[in-house]
Structures are given as C-alpha cells and as structure tokens.
Design a protein around this ligand. Structure first.
Ligand code: BTN
Length: 262
C-alpha cells in the first residue's frame, strides 16, 4: 500500500482535494482518512484509491469492489457548525456525484435517498458519511463515496446485475470518464454545496434533490425500524431528512430508513 500526493487536473476548489493522496489498493479509504485525521490532516484532505479489499457500505454492509481501477474516495470535512447533520452532507455528495457524472457525458443520473446515485435507474455509486471526533474534540465527518467506473455486466455477482451498473456501460465510448477529472468535478460541485450549507442555506441541496430524486411523483415503500410505510416523498428538510406523505394522511419525517423495491 503506497501512496502519492496527486495533483488533480484543473482542480477548481479552495479546500476540497487539497491535498489528495492516491493509493492503488487499500482496505478502506475511510480507515486511511481516519488515521490521517487523527494525525492532524487538513479540512478537505482527500484519500483516493483504485481498489479496496475491505470497502464498507452503510449499516455494516460490505461495499463490493470491482476489478481496478475504480473510484473510491473519502473526504475530510471539519464543519464550523458542531451540530451539522450528516444527512444533508450525504445528499449534497449524491447531488455532486450525479451532477459531475452528467458533466462527464453520463445521462439519467439521479439520487436515491439516503445515499445512492443511480444511472438509468441502477446503482452506480454509494455514499458513506461517518462522524469522528478529532483531537481537540472538534467533530468532523469522513465523507466516503465509491463509483463503479468501468465494468462489464459479468463482473457483477448474479444477484447485483439487475440493480448495479458502472459508468462505462453508459458512456458513448464504453470506457467511462477519466476518474481523476471526474473526481475534480465532484469536489468542485461538492464544495459549492458545502459552502452554502455551512452558510446556513441548504436550499440548493433541497432543490437539487427535488430535481434528481429517483422516485419523483411516485409512491415508495420504506422500512423504518421494523415498520413499513407507503407514500410519496418529494422533499427533504434542511437536515436531509425525507418528508413522507403517507397514503393514510400521516406525514413523517424520516431520518433513517431503507426504501424497498416496489
Ligand atoms: C453504500 O452504498 O452502502 C455506501 C458505500 C460507500 C462506499 C465508499 S467507497 C469509499 C469509501 N470507503 C469505504 O470503505 N466505503 C466508502
């Protein structure tokens, strides 16, 4: 596991990706970044890897790693607001990813609350936001995202083939975007959302969500704890919670839940 500091091409950010450390293979970029954060890494420090051997997903799941090179990244955020909710940062990351993919020639990029980005309605990317407390007690967030850049369908296990995809399968050249350029665009888009959030104005995230929400105007079924709810949810609140209007007339604010295939 060796790393080198990488200059992302045409990086248009003030702090995200400065610096970026690039690894060929790691267990998990989240763990490398956690260690760097403990050693005093700067706000915006980014760890990028082509391959992970123990990638982590939400709720203790494994994040399946395709043959390299893919794009696995973790970004250190040290927000000036101690009570900033990670939910809204996850949605902002999803929107930045979807927007950047589109800027790199991929059509039909959407977000699936709380943490997925889909292309042509299949999952191409997942986001994992973990809170950490730094030395000096500052709360920070390790914002990780994995993007399937290149694959053929038979690279996916049979159970995932209908639900997962890679950008190369949707790119005109069937190669997919250059991952370093794509990361640069993601970081620039994410930085804009982040600046607005910490200024106390998450409205661009809320609007972006309405525009790219996978189930806009459609019914969803969602599991919250061990209960199932059905309804329409076209908005998030400023913290990133999903606002669900149930068929029963009940309105719910969902902080954590799982949308089920309908
Ligand atoms: C999910 O869909 O459950 C979230 C997946 C998050 C995967 C990314 S890849 C980069 C970072 N490192 C990890 O170990 N996980 C996140």
């Amino acid at each position: 596991m060796t790393n080198q500091e990488l200059s992302l091409p045409e990086l248009r950010t003030r702090f995200l990706g400065r610096p970026t450390f690039h690894y060929r293979e790691v267990e998990s970029t989240q763990d490398i970044l956690r260690q760097l954060a403990a050693e005093g890494a700067l706000h915006g420090t980014t760890v990028l890897a082509d391959h992970q051997t123990q990638g982590r997903g939400r709720q203790g799941r494994i994040w399946f790693s395709l043959p390299p090179p893919q794009l696995y990244a973790s970004v250190l955020l040290v927000p000036p607001l101690p009570d900033l909710k990670v939910g809204v940062l996850s949605i902002a990351a999803g929107l930045a990813l979807a927007q950047a993919m589109e800027e790199h020639g991929i059509a039909d990029t959407r977000v699936k609350w709380p943490n997925d980005v889909t292309v042509n309605r299949k999952k191409a990317s997942g986001i994992l936001a973990e809170r950490v407390i730094l030395r000096g007690a500052a709360p920070a967030v390790l914002l990780g995202f994995g993007i399937n850049i290149t694959a053929s369908l038979d690279h996916f296990p049979a159970g995932l083939r209908d639900r997962a995809t890679a950008l190369s399968l949707h790119a005109r050249d069937r190669i997919g975007p250059d991952r370093f350029r794509l990361l640069g665009t993601i970081l620039a888009d994410l930085e804009r959302f982040y600046d607005e959030i910490v200024r106390g104005d998450p409205s661009a995230v809320q609007l972006g969500f309405r525009k790219r929400w996978l189930y806009r105007d459609r019914q969803i079924q969602i599991r919250i704890g061990n209960r199932l709810f059905t309804g329409v949810a076209d908005e998030i609140d400023p913290d990133g919670a999903l606002l669900l209007q149930c068929g029963s007339g009940e309105a719910l604010r969902v902080v954590s839940g799982e949308i089920l295939p309908f």
